[in-house]
Design a protein around this ligand. Sequence first.
Ligand SMILES: [Zn+2]
Length: 88
Amino acid sequence: MSDHIRNTSPMLASLRCGAKTRSGDACRSPAVHGKQRCRMHGGAQGSGAPKANQNACKHGLFTGDAIAERRQIQALLCEARKLLEEMK
Ligand SMILES: [Zn+2]
């Protein structure tokens, strides 16, 4: 038998996927370079919907624009509340 020692520590130290699997545990596959998930969980090149994709849009409540608008309204309300507190 060969006495060659395999150096697998860089491989084992790589970022792991962590996606929730059907068994409920986290996926332990290595993440694709530059991505958070493995090739099976959305890390593959070219995966994911293109920007401004309307295929699954039903009401637009969770679009980036709608979320930003709600944040602005909340910030404005927060400022108004602070102003009202100061006026008391
Ligand atoms: Zn995975």
